[in-house]
Design a protein around this ligand. Structure first.
Ligand SMILES: [Fe+2]
Ligand SMILES: [Fe+2]
Length: 405
């Protein structure tokens, strides 16, 4: 079964020892030349490289052509940093973060499109079997997710990816952007298949206060980093960025998304809306990877930049997330549907929140929270991967090749 806290196996080789260097606040100074452990490259790093020696340079600058075999040499991976790095960003390897490359390779084993899932039975279920209360749950889950996944795509693509200064990190995030757009396609496919009112579903977050509150909190937490002119050598800006990415990975993707699918899995357990649930199982696989990757990146930044986040600010963020989730849950489930209640939903939120906080190295925000949906981890794992993928001809690896253990 998939390990929800660490979906990938340990890196194949030990990560290099990192010797953090304090970032320079004064950008007018010459760029830093980081000297750490000897690089595995064949060439010594004693001679400064052209891009980092005299001119004010960025990792994204393309070095001037240099035919000198001594000075024009491969990058030293120890020069890479998650942010504020100076190593040439066009050189993928040698890796400093081999685990990031592994995330990319594993993500590419989870190819699918919403058209691959049979939705025929869902049309019948929605129109003939779901109660009004269950339709209320289904429609609002879909509405919340449509808005959230577009926000996720924009955040990772426009706010986070460009701040990274190591290409192996960016390449997984580029894949993540693609996956977020695939998720949006999935919701749109569900809406079209069931003949729901598209305008009403997409606009609902502006009409329903309980959905709006979650989107508003996300916008408040993320919008300040949705700028290309952020100077992450400024400690306040850096802390703000890491807080935003922590929120995004730990809460938005790792907890809200995870919890967001569960009402549909509850229907699936009763044999209802199985097509939609299967679609969500594929999305959930992606989201678990996204959350895990983001958490790892945040921890790496804090290590390299010697950054510590304020525990009170972290606790406040979790409590704020719980408050809006509580309101959303009560709106979604004013009365229980068969096999799923508001108490189940919010209890699971707190349980998963503790798990994510632990991964981030934080204290548990909701001590004593219990697993109110013990079936969830098993239910959210696909059970018929091979049959599903055997039905189509592909030239790439499929989910059937994925090792979730
Ligand atoms: Fe997504
Ligand atoms: Fe995501």
């Amino acid at each position: 079964m998939l390990n929800w806290d660490d979906p990938l196996a340990a890196p194949a080789k030990p990560e290099p020892v990192i010797k953090p260097v304090e970032p320079k606040a004064d950008k007018s100074e010459a760029p830093r030349i980081v000297k750490a452990n000897p690089a595995p490259s064949a060439v010594s790093n004693d001679t400064p490289q052209p891009a980092t020696s005299k001119v004010k340079a960025k990792a994204t600058d393309i070095p001037r052509p240099d035919m000198n075999p001594v000075s024009a040499k491969p990058i030293n991976p120890e020069d890479k940093r998650v942010v504020n790095g100076m190593a040439d960003i066009n050189q993928l390897a040698p890796f400093k973060y081999p685990w990031a490359w592994n995330y990319f390779l594993n993500a590419n084993k989870n190819h699918w499109t919403p058209l691959d899932v049979n939705m025929t039975q869902d049309i019948s279920d929605y129109n003939r079997k779901l109660t009004l209360e269950e339709k209320h749950v289904y429609d609002n889950v879909l509405s919340y997710l449509t808005t959230s996944d577009i926000l996720a795509m924009r955040n990772i693509g426009l706010a986070v990816m460009e701040k990274m200064t190591a290409p192996e990190l960016q390449i997984y995030q580029a894949r993540q952007v693609y996956e977020e757009s695939m998720h949006t396609w999935t919701y749109q496919h569900c809406i079209e298949t069931l003949g729901l009112d598209q305008g009403e579903i997409y606009n609902r977050y502006r009409v329903v206060p309980e959905i709006y509150a979650k989107i508003q909190m996300s916008n408040q937490r993320l919008s300040s980093v949705l700028r290309s002119d952020i100077d992450l050598t400024n400690r306040d800006e850096l802390e703000n960025f890491v807080m935003a990415y922590t929120f995004f990975a730990g809460i938005f993707e790792g907890t809200w998304f995870y919890n967001g699918f569960t009402p549909i899995f509850a229907l699936q357990r009763r044999g209802l809306m199985k097509g939609t649930a299967e679609q969500f199982q594929y999305i959930m696989r992606d989201e678990v990877m996204h959350a895990s990757f983001g958490i790892r990146v945040c921890k790496q930044i804090m290590l390299e930049e010697k950054l510590t986040l304020d525990p009170k600010a972290i606790q406040h963020m979790w409590e704020e997330a719980e408050a809006v989730e509580m309101a959303y849950s009560k709106y979604l489930l004013p009365d229980p549907i068969l096999g799923y209640s508001h108490e189940d939903h919010i209890g699971q939120f707190r349980f998963v929140a503790n798990r994510r906080a632990k991964s981030l190295g934080h204290v548990e925000p909701f001590p004593g929270a219990e697993n109110t949906l013990p079936w969830l981890d098993e239910q959210s794992n696909l059970k018929k991967e091979k049959n599903f993928f055997e039905t189509r001809v592909t030239e790439y690896q499929t989910g059937g090749a994925l090792n979730w253990d």
